[in-house]
Ligand binder design. Structure first.
Ligand SMILES: Nc1ncnc2c1ncn2[C@@H]1O[C@H](COP(=O)(O)OP(=O)(O)OP(=O)(O)O)[C@@H](O)[C@H]1O
Length: 459
């Protein structure tokens, strides 16, 4: 611990410094209030011992000033003239504890143990506050209404398996391209599990270096590596009894993979720099956009861990393979974002649906959500049209560009209207899930579409 001693008596400063340094603490001392305040401002002490009578100065005034500079600073007052009143006053002002002179080394030790506990709690509260802030902003910015029904059989089956497994302690592996909704589903699996009232702790595997990731997961002890100035509890301990969501598990370094396997098999782990073995019981949900089996073949992912995680493994299909779901999602996003900004739209027009259904959506649900949000903000008319969608939606469709057609006929070319119409209808028919939906996209009824097909010889 980093400690500051503030006392006008040199012998006291020396004695306590000696005792604390012998226990491996870093100690600085100050003989008056001004020096103490300067050091509190400049440095970061976990604990300050402050004399109640600093010569002519009143230690309580110095205490007030210290707490003005650092409201969370732990300050222990010591004095030879302790009285109930001064103790009460110091406590009311925010002193952490009181120590009467002359004191025994055991008393100092007891205070250090108490301070260590308080510092841990302070750290945990700080982390919780940060989490709340992060969650609040997430809720504000990204809380679109979630939708788990699907008209695509593969997606339906995948989600059904996940939701049925939710109530069991089995590890779950969710595979799928980026933006398909793996994190959203992981959260939903937790919410549908018996652990829903326990913590769901997420760790994003690629976001940290190997060392930091290991410490983030398992925690570390003070001095385990440069910068490890105090003990830290890992996310595994925080998730104990709940769910640990390992996002992008395909990026987990090999050394950590073996530790994770041990945690899954034996429920045991060690903090970085510590020999002590801890126990934790966590349900693991993992997700990745990598082909994990291929990673096993290439030797970057442990086979035993793969099989351990693979008990319940599902792949969420990309959006381009579940075109039947596009409409539901687009309509829900439109409804959500238009309410959010307070603008009413009559819906998405034919050109808009045309562009949406043709596009390949490489960014999947995330890309669709963003495209609709943008369109809702920027559209000039009462409906969302193709022109309101982001440029890539219009030009990079997997079924050809929104402006061209499989027949090679383009708007503005020297072509007859009938040819243009035929090309457009043929194109829509080639990818629309049903005749009814093709008619809706084209803005005509099914009977008219049927007649046009006959007239233009499109059968
Ligand atoms: N079931 C859903 N209903 C509605 N919107 C969804 C759903 N799933 C995902 N989304 C939207 O897509 C966005 C991306 O989802 P998510 O972060 O879960 O994808 P991911 O597959 O985990 O992506 P990555 O691999 O890049 O981490 C979400 O923020 C949300 O806007």
């Amino acid at each position: 611990m980093d400690i500051l001693i503030v006392d006008d008596e040199r012998s006291v400063r020396q004695a306590i410094t000696f005792a604390l340094e012998a226990e491996d603490h870093y100690v600085e001392s100050a003989e008056d209030g001004a020096t103490a305040l300067k050091r509190v401002k400049e440095a970061s002490f976990q604990l300050v011992f402050l004399d109640l009578r600093l010569g002519a100065e009143d230690g309580l005034d110095v205490l007030k000033k210290i707490l003005e500079i650092k409201p969370d600073q732990l300050v222990v007052m010591f004095t030879a003239h302790a009285s109930i009143q001064t103790a009460v006053k110091a406590t009311q002002l925010g002193a952490f504890d009181f120590l009467e002179k002359p004191f025994l080394p055991e008393q100092v030790r007891a205070i250090l143990v108490k301070a260590d506990k308080a510092l841990r709690t302070q750290g945990e509260v700080r982390e919780l506050k940060q989490t709340v802030v992060a969650l609040k902003s997430e809720v504000k910015s990204d809380r679109v209404p979630l939708h788990f029904d699907s008209e695509d059989q593969l997606t339906k089956d995948a989600i059904d398996i996940l939701f049925r497994a939710a109530g069991t302690p089995a590890s779950v592996l969710i595979l799928g391209e980026s933006g398909t909704g793996k994190s959203v589903i992981a959260r939903e699996v937790h919410e549908r599990s018996l652990l829903r009232d326990k913590p769901l702790v997420t760790i994003s595997c690629p976001s940290l270096s190997k060392e930091l990731l290991e410490s983030e997961l398992f925690g570390h002890v003070r001095g385990a590596f440069t910068g490890a100035v105090k003990d830290k509890t890992g996310k595994v301990a925080t998730a104990d009894g709940g769910t640990l969501f390992l996002d992008e598990i395909g990026e987990l370094p090999m050394e950590i993979q073996s530790k994770l396997l041990r945690l899954l098999q034996e429920r045991e782990y060690e903090r970085v720099g510590d020999n002590k073995t801890f126990k934790a019981n966590v349900r693991v949900i993992a997700a990745t956009n990598r082909d994990l089996k291929q990673c096993v073949v290439e030797g970057t992912f442990r086979e035993d861990l793969y099989y351990r995680l693979n008990v319940i493994a599902v792949t969420i299909p990309p959006l381009r393979e579940r075109k039947r779901d596009l409409k539901q999602f687009a309509k829900r996003y439109l409804d959500h974002f238009s309410k959010q900004i307070g603008r009413a739209y009559d819906g998405i027009d034919g050109t808009g649906w045309d562009a949406i259904l043709r596009h390949g959506w490489p960014g999947n649900l995330r890309e669709l959500r963003n495209a609709i949000e943008r369109a809702v903000i920027l559209a000039r008319g009462k409906t969302i049209s193709a022109v309101d969608l982001p440029a890539p939606t219009l030009v990079t469709g997997t079924n050809g560009s929104a402006n061209g057609s499989p027949d090679g006929v383009k708007v503005g070319d020297q072509v007859k209207l009938d040819d243009l119409e035929a090309a457009h209808i043929r194109s829509v028919l080639s990818w629309a899930p049903s005749l009814q939906e093709a008619a809706e996209i084209l803005g005509i009824d099914k009977a008219t579409l049927y007649r046009k097909r006959k007239r233009l010889d499109l059968d």
